[in-house]
Design a protein. Structure first.
Length: 91
């Protein structure tokens, strides 16, 4: 859906399937300008923690749509990836 977005789509760079591998995908995700991931994924947690350890922010993991305005907003900042009360054993 992001690729089809008129604003974001043109800015997204994709990696061809034949050039994709776990080490390269991790490096791209860690060094990207922004990272959008699923907070339930351990892969996402590793990427977010690595980005924060390198001083990079802009991990868009904890987002929710406002039911009144329909806008997406951050409901918990980058620090939440290390919070045991939020991430439980994945922190």
């Amino acid at each position: 859906r992001l690729l089809a977005d008129p604003d974001l789509g043109p800015m997204i760079r994709t990696v061809p399937e034949e050039a994709s591998w776990v080490g390269g995908d991790l490096t791209l995700a860690i060094m990207s300008n922004a990272f959008i991931g699923n907070p339930a994924s351990t892969f996402t947690g590793f990427i977010a923690k690595s980005r924060l350890a390198l001083g990079l922010g802009h991990n868009y993991l904890f987002r929710a749509r406002d039911k009144d305005s329909g806008e997406w907003k951050t409901v918990c900042g980058d620090h939440c990836i290390f919070d045991k009360s939020i991430m439980n054993v994945m922190s």
